[in-house]
Design a protein around this ligand. Structure first.
Ligand code: SF4
Ligand code: SF4
Length: 178
């Protein structure tokens, strides 16, 4: 996909806050446990950051689909990344910086899904007594004709990097094809 406009992270550190699976040195960054290398909303080891950090493809940053400014992950409370599924189909993965993706973001993603014929997977965590539970619910939606894709991607869900080391995905729940 072609890059539409260059963007910079600025003071966003959403992908360093534990919502993606990242191992930094001996530290497993996970929900509720941000990366210890964050300093003043920046990465203190940026030039030598781990490969997992350097290779992370943030969809908002790539901006191939003209994501609006308000979707910057720290503002929209969601990290978007492309997930290769089956049969050369990619999905937009929407990973909340917290428990769930907001209705405003989901509405936007539904429009985008229709416009670009892309499936969307969004994730939901549960927090109890100040701790995130290891189960992660995954819900999928997409344009008509995607049901066969959803039925084949369960094992792919296991590989999505959004999960912390101790998190496990629950079954995928296609909730709509429109
Ligand atoms: S989530 Fe995206 S915009 Fe935010 S710090 Fe990470 S790469 Fe940059
Ligand atoms: S090492 Fe830097 S880029 Fe990687 S998670 Fe930590 S703060 Fe973010």
């Amino acid at each position: 996909m072609a890059k539409k406009s260059p963007r910079e992270c600025g003071t966003c550190t959403a992908c360093c806050q534990g919502w993606l699976r990242i191992q930094v040195g001996d530290t497993a960054v996970e929900p509720g446990k941000p990366c210890p290398e964050i300093r003043n909303n920046r990465c203190a080891v940026y030039q030598n950051r781990p490969t997992a950090c350097a290779s992370f493809n943030c969809a908002w940053l790539i901006n191939d689909l003209d994501y609006p400014d308000w979707m910057r992950p720290d503002n929209a409370k969601v990290i978007l990344k492309y997930i290769d599924l089956v049969s050369s189909v990619s999905a937009i993965g929407a990973i909340p910086t917290g428990t769930k993706v907001s209705p405003r973001v989901l509405n936007f993603l539904r429009q985008l899904s229709q416009q670009h014929q892309l499936p969307v997977l969004h994730f939901q965590r549960t927090k109890e007594r100040g701790r995130y539970l290891p189960q992660v619910a995954v819900t999928a939606f997409g344009p008509p004709g995607m049901d066969h894709v959803f039925s084949q991607i369960q094992e792919k869900i296991q590989q999505i990097e959004m999960m912390g080391p101790n998190e496990t995905p629950s079954t995928i729940r296609p909730n709509s094809s429109r």
